[in-house]
Design a protein around this ligand. Structure first.
Ligand SMILES: *[C@@H]1O[C@H](CO)[C@@H](O)[C@H](O)[C@H]1NC(C)=O
Ligand SMILES: *[C@@H]1O[C@H](CO)[C@@H](O)[C@H](O)[C@H]1NC(C)=O
Length: 216
């Protein structure tokens, strides 16, 4: 009898621990829904993003892996405006963040540096301003980093040159300033991919840092 009671108690404890996880929202879905709320979507491309579903894997423009984790967000050329959100940094399995050719404004959240699985960060052709977060140097799987055709300012963070996987970098047509890093993975970036930044100083001289106090 005693053992049946304790067995029942055990089951109740397990049920209490598991049930709330099943009925409450999926955390990756919550993060994506925070993005939806922060964007203006005149063409209705985010209409299928329903936060009441078990996970976001059936939403349009979202791809998941076999474990139900979000690996791709494909919303290039979707007529979106509004802002990015720090919650995007919670999508720890995300490999492709494709938001190019929209009219998104505001800053690039530093939390994107938490996306340790990210292969491609394509934010080109938007209206993003502020600095390129140095935290992006933590993206150790990144191959594509295209931030061209925005209004980004400040220096190109030297941290980015330590991403050994980086192959395609484009920062052209922004308002960046200071020297162009030429070490590490930046050794083979064509100079054209930095053009149309009137305040950029040109390739950094070996070992010599430049301290332009007006570079902000
Ligand atoms: C984009 O949205 C605007 C409304 O904000 C609309 O006037 C325009 O036609 C849309 N463009 C396309 C290509 O759908
Ligand atoms: C870009 O954003 C600025 C405000 O931050 C705004 O004045 C400007 O009109 C925007 N550009 C476009 C093309 O929407």
């Amino acid at each position: 009898m005693a053992s049946r009671t304790s067995c029942l108690t055990f089951l109740l404890i397990v049920a209490a621990a598991v049930v709330p996880l099943a009925v409450h929202g999926n955390s990756e879905g919550d993060s994506l829904y925070a993005l939806r709320r922060s964007l203006s979507d005149p063409n209705g491309v985010l209409q299928s993003w329903n936060p009441n579903l078990v996970n976001p894997c059936t939403w349009f423009h979202i791809t998941c892996d076999s474990n139900g984790h979000v690996t791709r967000l494909d919303l290039g050329n979707s007529n979106l405006s509004g802002h990015l959100v720090p919650e995007l940094g919670n999508l720890e399995h995300l490999q492709y963040l494709e938001l190019y050719k929209n009219n998104i404004e505001g800053t690039i959240p530093a939390e994107l540096g938490n996306l340790k699985s990210l292969i491609s960060l394509d934010l080109y052709n938007n209206n993003l301003s502020g600095v390129i977060p140095p935290s992006l140097g933590n993206l150790k799987s990144l191959i594509f980093l295209r931030l061209n055709d925005n209004r980004l300012s400040g220096r190109i963070p030297k941290e980015l040159t330590d991403i050994s996987t980086l192959k395609v970098v484009d920062f052209s047509s922004n308002d960046l300033c200071g020297p162009i890093p030429t070490s590490g993975s930046f050794q083979h970036v064509p100079m054209g991919n930095f053009e149309k930044n009137p305040r950029l100083e040109g390739p950094e001289l070996m070992g010599l840092a430049s301290y332009d106090i007006n570079c902000k």
